[in-house]
Design a protein around this ligand. Structure first.
Ligand SMILES: Nc1ncnc2c1ncn2[C@@H]1O[C@H](COP(=O)(O)OP(=O)(O)OP(=O)(O)O)[C@@H](O)[C@H]1O
Ligand SMILES: [Mg+2]
Length: 445
């Protein structure tokens, strides 16, 4: 139903008879203006839409570019990290605040004390005392803005790194600068030269020995001939002398001196002569007993208790028993000389499964309760003719050292607690030298 139908005729509003022309024009103008602004609005809406689409496109392109460049940065970072980890030299870097910003795997391999080292820690505070010198080089490079190349740094080393307790590193330090030359930090590289240094020392020793050997052979020849004559005359003098007479006393002294001289010549030849090792499987306890038996009289005379602590359970090891016995005997005799008023000699043996060599290490120690070895002579102990004893020749430990080296072993001297000295022998159970793996064969040294 419509409105017209409901409204009675007399109530209908009269339609104005005249609509002013000006009103219509105005209305038309308003409508036209409205149309125009609608069109303008429409146009600007379309333009806005286009702009938004354009911006969205640009944004997504930029996002893609950003994500690509992030990927590139991360790939580059990984690549640099891989390079750092693949370098066989140890690498340690700090920023301007001396905080560690890089440390590679090789650095920890060379210096196990760096294991667990936290990035961002200050180098001087966090480096273990035994490698503090490395930190000093880095700080110096930062302060002086200078590079240092291939300096030898000697650090205290753990047993698995060096039998001598010292590790020699070749260290280089360089300031890190950006393209404009501004300082950003310092980087240090280091490599372990311990083995190389030991080989050099060995080569030097062999050279010295070869020279000494020639001289010793000549001297031995010159001395032994007249010495034989002296011994002969002295013993015939002694045979003819009356018991208790002056002649008997003098001839006895001559004989003792000749025997001593003969020992020195023999020691010299033992030390310098190149000799075939006779390697056989032998229980180390047996070799210790052989040496202790030879020293039994003097041990008894000096009232020295022998404490045996074997932990090797008679396991056979490849050694030249006679030579190792000679080495042990020299060390035992030194211990008896260090304890003239008595004391205790502790002989112990053990096998360390993975220390040093792949097949483990046989460790034999002789610990005495004498006065110990002063620090200032420790480095000279193995030098031929180094002695502090009036009647010593200083060849005892030089011979020991040579025998140990011939067996690819090592010998460390340490203080005993609370007093005394410990001589610790280490022999690899799997030989590095091919000759040592042959039970019946010998190794020429
Ligand atoms: N157990 C020890 N305690 C203290 N000092 C020691 C001990 N063993 C060795 N020494 C020191 O090392 C030095 C060198 O020893 P080494 O055995 O080479 O020579 P030596 O005993 O003096 O003479 P020799 O040639 O007769 O053995 C000794 O003179 C002594 O000073
Ligand atoms: Mg000696």
């Amino acid at each position: 139903m419509t409105q017209e139908q409901e409204t009675p005729a007399e109530e209908k509003q009269p339609v104005p008879a005249v609509v002013k022309a000006t009103d219509l024009e105005e209305l038309a103008q308003i409508i036209a203006a409205f149309d125009r602004s609608t069109a303008a609005l429409q146009a600007s809406h379309t333009a806005l839409q286009n702009k938004v689409e354009e911006l969205t496109g640009e944004l997504s392109r930029k996002n893609e570019a950003l994500s690509n460049s992030l990927k590139e940065v991360s790939a580059l970072k990984n690549y640099l990290a891989n390079i750092l980890e693949s370098i066989t030299d140890g690498v340690l870097a700090v920023d301007l605040e001396q905080q560690v910003v890089a440390l590679n795997h090789a650095a920890v391999e060379v210096i196990p004390a760096l294991r667990g080292f936290k990035m961002g820690t200050r180098i001087d505070a966090a480096l273990p005392a035994e490698c503090a010198e490395l930190g000093r080089y880095l700080i110096e490079a930062l302060q002086k803005n200078e590079r240092v190349t291939n300096v030898d740094v000697v650090l205290k080393a753990p047993e698995e790194k060096s039998a001598t307790g010292r590790q020699t590193l070749s260290v280089s330090v360089s300031p890190i600068r950006n393209e404009q030359g501004a300082l950003l930090g310092a980087v240090q590289t280091f490599r372990d030269l311990t083995e190389l240094k030991e080989l050099e020392e060995r080569a030097r020793r062999s050279e010295r020995l070869a020279e000494l050997g020639e001289m010793a052979a000549g001297v031995a020849h010159e001395i032994r001939n007249p010495l034989g004559g002296i011994e002969l005359y002295a013993s015939s003098l002694q045979r003819r002398a009356q018991a208790g007479s002056k002649e008997e006393e003098v001839s006895g002294k001559i004989l003792a001196a000749a025997t001593n001289l003969n020992r020195i010549v023999t020691d010299m030849l033992t030390f310098t002569r190149s000799r075939q090792l006779q390697l056989r499987p032998v229980a180390i306890e047996r070799v210790c007993h052989m040496a202790l038996d030879l020293a039994a009289t003097v041990l008894q005379q000096k009232n020295i208790q022998v404490d045996l602590r074997y932990g090797t359970e008679k396991e056979p090891v490849q050694l030249d028993a006679d030579q190792i016995c000679q080495a042990f005997l020299n060390v035992i005799l030194n211990a008896t000389q260090a304890m003239p008023e008595g004391g205790t000699l502790t002989v112990s043996s053990r096998i360390e499964p993975h220390a040093g060599s792949r097949g483990g290490t046989l460790v034999v120690s002789f610990a005495d309760t004498g006065p110990g070895i002063p620090d200032e002579i420790r480095d000279k102990l193995f030098n031929p003719f180094f002695t502090t004893r009036k009647e010593g020749t200083g060849l005892g430990l030089a011979i020991v050292h040579k025998i140990v080296q011939d067996h690819d072993g090592s010998l460390v001297v340490e203080p005993n607690q609370p007093n005394g000295a410990v001589f610790r022998f280490c022999f690899p159970l799997v030989a590095s030298a091919a000759g040592r793996s042959n039970a019946s064969g010998g190794k020429h040294v």
